[in-house]
Write a protein that binds this ligand. Structure first.
Ligand SMILES: NC(=O)c1ccc[n+]([C@@H]2O[C@H](COP(=O)([O-])OP(=O)(O)OC[C@H]3O[C@@H](n4cnc5c(N)ncnc54)[C@H](OP(=O)(O)O)[C@@H]3O)[C@@H](O)[C@H]2O)c1
Length: 354
């Protein structure tokens, strides 16, 4: 288990809170669902009743919460009576099928899937960036794509100081972004590779051990972009409320178990120095500066794992743009936490206070 580094202030604020909340976690047994339980617990979210939901395969199993085993039930349209907040992480199909039932039963749905992210009446929220967008929600709130959240935090901080004109980003995405089965396939295929044994991938489209490949989502034959790249581009525009933001992305799966890394090349309206960027990023919420050139120590996925903060560093002026308006930087963030579970629970905290 990674060394967890959760924000103690949040736990204190939540512990002091009022009415207990009935919470449903849909997809509780998955990579994101398990982290949601840990984050709810670590931040002292005032959970009264906890309803754990997953597929028929998991019904009757238990998961620990606050030291006690909680039974998992099969997800159904009738699962949501009395639920205040439903955190969905069971794939887009389940969200499309059951989120309306949860809303009809009176719950606010916070959805980790991509099913509703681009719907006009659904806020797409990163609390450090656009918490105000929550005000107009109609029952469903979407959690953005993990790479969009991790790239979005440093970009937003810089954008406030000096408007961004163009972003070129390249991701180095971990197995955990594709769920628990992909993480297991990386472990199993690595063991097989080291043992010289044959291994046929069943989750990923290509051999994963000691390899990397273009992101395992469908490619639009017209544009050549894969779905992950399209999501990152569109979602950053929606989160920033900047429909014309010029962004391009190349998304790559790397044989890292957990935590995504992203190289960012950013062009601003006006010149921006390395020192200015360091100061802005070092003070921005949700970010931690890891930028020690003397020790060649910059953001790494193994250090981002288990951390609430997205690590940012490797900040350089891009001398290929002679105008002084372009910077290069590198980030690493635990996409199961800030890219999914933590961001969703932060939204739940705001919903509860509203
Ligand atoms: N992994 C990430 O970093 C990440 C980040 C952001 C968003 N998301 C999104 O979060 C969702 C879950 O991702 P994950 O990585 O946690 O996947 P996962 O590890 O594969 O877990 C999937 C979860 O969905 C449940 N499920 C599957 N089929 C179901 C069904 N027919 N009825 C009820 N529950 C069902 C599974 O239950 P069983 O255990 O019973 O099969 C499991 O709890 C996806 O929509 C994904 O796009 C993931």
């Amino acid at each position: 288990m990674p060394p967890y580094d959760h924000q103690p202030m949040a736990a204190a604020a939540n512990a002091a809170a009022a009415r207990p909340v009935t919470v449903a976690v849909v997809g509780a047994t998955g990579a994101v669902g398990v982290e949601i339980l840990r984050v709810l617990e670590a931040r002292g979210f005032p959970v009264g009743e906890l309803r754990l939901l997953a597929s028929r395969r998991s019904a009757g199993t238990t998961l620990p919460f606050r030291g006690d085993p909680v039974a998992v039930a099969e997800l159904g349209a009738e699962s949501f009576a009395g639920v205040d907040i439903a955190l969905f992480s069971a794939g887009g199909e389940r969200s499309r099928l059951y989120a309306p039932a949860a809303v009809a039963a009176g719950a606010v749905v916070i959805d980790n899937s991509s099913a509703y992210r681009m719907a006009p009446d659904v806020p797409l929220v990163v609390p450090e960036i656009n918490a105000a967008a929550l005000a107009g929600h109609a029952g469903i709130i979407a959690n953005p794509n993990c790479a969009a959240i991790i790239a979005g935090l440093p970009l937003w901080a810089l954008h406030q100081a000096n408007p961004i004109r163009r972003v070129v980003l390249t991701t180095y995405q971990a197995a955990s972004g594709a769920g628990a089965a992909a993480m297991q396939e990386l472990i199993d295929s690595t063991k097989a590779h080291l043992a010289g044994a044959p291994f046929t991938p069943s989750v990923m489209p290509h051999p994963y051990a000691f390899n990397l490949f273009s992101h395992n989502t469908d490619i639009d034959p017209d544009t050549g972009y894969n779905d992950e790249e399209t999501k990152v581009i569109r979602e950053l525009r929606k989160i920033f409320a900047a429909p014309d933001l010029r962004v391009t992305a190349t998304c790559v799966r790397v044989p890292v178990l957990r935590a995504h890394s992203i190289a960012l090349n950013v062009t601003f309206d006006r010149p921006m120095t390395r020192a200015q960027a360091r100061q802005i990023l070092g003070a921005a919420p949700g970010l931690k500066l890891v930028d020690d050139a003397a020790r060649n120590h910059f953001p790494m996925p193994n250090e981002a794992t288990g951390q609430d903060s997205v690590l940012v560093g490797r900040i350089r002026e891009d001398y290929s743009d002679g105008s002084g308006r372009s910077l290069a930087l590198f980030v690493a963030g635990d996409q199961l936490l800030k890219g999914a579970a933590l961001n969703a629970v932060q939204i739940a905290e705001l919903v509860r206070k509203a």
